[in-house]
Design a protein around this ligand. Structure first.
Ligand code: RET
Length: 248
C-alpha cells in the first residue's frame, strides 16, 4: 500500500485564514450598519454590492480555515517523484467559487456608475467568468495543458482591463470630472491587484513552486486588498456623489 505524500496547509495557515475570515465578516457587518443608518434609501446600491462581496468571502474563508473546499491533485513533476508514488497538492477550489460570485460584483461596483452600455458591461463580466473558470479547470488538471487554460484566462483578464481603461473610462468622462476621477482611482487599484492573481496562480496552483501555506498568505493578502480595502476606498470616494439620476 504505497503512502502518498500530500502537500497541505499548516495550522499557522489555518489561524491566518480565521483572521481573514474575521476581517471579511466584520467589514460585511460594518458596511451593513453604515448603509442602514448613514445612507439614504436609494443610495445604498454600492453598500449592498460590497456586503455581497465580503459576505461571500466570509463563507469561503470559513470553509478554508475549517479545511473544507480542497481536493488532492497529483502534481505532474516534483523533485524526481513520478507516477509510482504521486505527490499530491491540495487544490483549493473553494476560492474559485468565491471568485465566480465576487469578481462580477466587483466589476459591477466599478462599471455601474460609468453609464457604460449594458452590452459592454455584460461582455466584460463574461470575460471575467472565462478568466476564473479557465483558472479553476487549469488548477484541477494534471498535465501541462493547464498552461493553455491559464493563457486563455490571462487573455480574458487583459480584455477586462481593456474595457476598464478604454470604453469604461470614456463613458465615465460624460458624467463629469468628479465621477471620472473616482472611476479612474477605482480602476487603477482594481487592475493592479488583479494583475497579481495570475502570478500567485503560476507559483501555487499551476507551478507548485510555493507551498499551500504560502499560497494562503499570497491570495489572502490580495483578497483583503481586493475586497474590504477596495470596498471601503470606493464607498468613501462615492459618498459625495449623487447618482440617483442613474437609476441604480
Ligand atoms: C487566475 C488563473 C487564470 C488566469 C488569471 C487568473 C486571475 C484571477 C483573478 C482573480 C481575482 C480575484 C479577486 C478576488 C477577490 O476579491 C484565475 C488566477 C488571469 C484576477 C479580485
Amino acid at each position: 500500500n504505497p503512502t502518498t505524500a500530500t502537500i497541505d496547509i499548516t495550522t499557522a495557515a489555518s489561524d491566518f485564514l480565521w483572521m481573514v475570515f474575521s476581517v471579511m465578516a466584520a467589514t460585511t457587518i460594518g458596511v451593513g450598519i453604515w448603509a442602514q443608518f448613514g445612507v439614504k434609501h436609494g443610495q445604498r446600491t454600492f453598500h449592498h454590492l460590497s456586503m455581497m462581496i465580503t459576505g461571500t468571502a466570509s463563507v469561503a474563508y470559513f470553509c478554508m480555515a475549517s479545511d473544507l473546499g480542497s481536493v488532492a491533485i497529483p502534481v505532474e513533476f516534483i523533485r524526481g517523484h513520478y507516477d509510482a508514488n504521486p505527490v499530491t497538492r491540495s487544490i483549493w477550489y473553494a476560492r474559485y467559487i468565491d471568485w465566480t460570485i465576487t469578481t462580477p460584483l466587483l466589476l459591477l461596483e466599478l462599471l455601474l456608475v460609468t453609464g457604460l452600455p449594458l452590452s459592454d458591461i455584460i461582455i466584460t463580466i463574461f470575460a471575467d467568468l472565462v478568466m476564473i473558470i479557465t483558472g479553476l479547470i487549469g488548477s484541477l488538471v494534471r498535465s501541462d495543458y493547464k498552461w493553455g487554460l491559464y493563457s486563455f484566462g490571462c487573455a480574458a483578464m487583459l480584455y477586462v482591463f481593456y474595457m476598464l481603461y478604454f470604453p469604461g473610462r470614456q463613458a465615465s468622462h460624460s458624467l463629469g470630472n468628479e465621477l471620472s476621477k473616482t472611476y479612474l482611482i477605482g480602476a487603477s487599484i482594481l487592475s493592479f491587484i488583479w494583475f497579481l492573481y495570475p502570478i500567485a496562480w503560476g507559483l501555487a496552483d499551476g507551478g507548485n513552486v510555493i507551498s499551500p501555506t504560502g499560497e494562503m498568505v499570497f491570495y489572502g493578502v490580495l483578497d483583503l486588498v481586493a475586497k474590504p480595502v477596495f470596498a471601503i476606498v470606493h464607498l468613501y470616494s462615492m459618498r459625495k456623489i449623487n447618482y440617483t439620476q442613474l437609476q441604480l
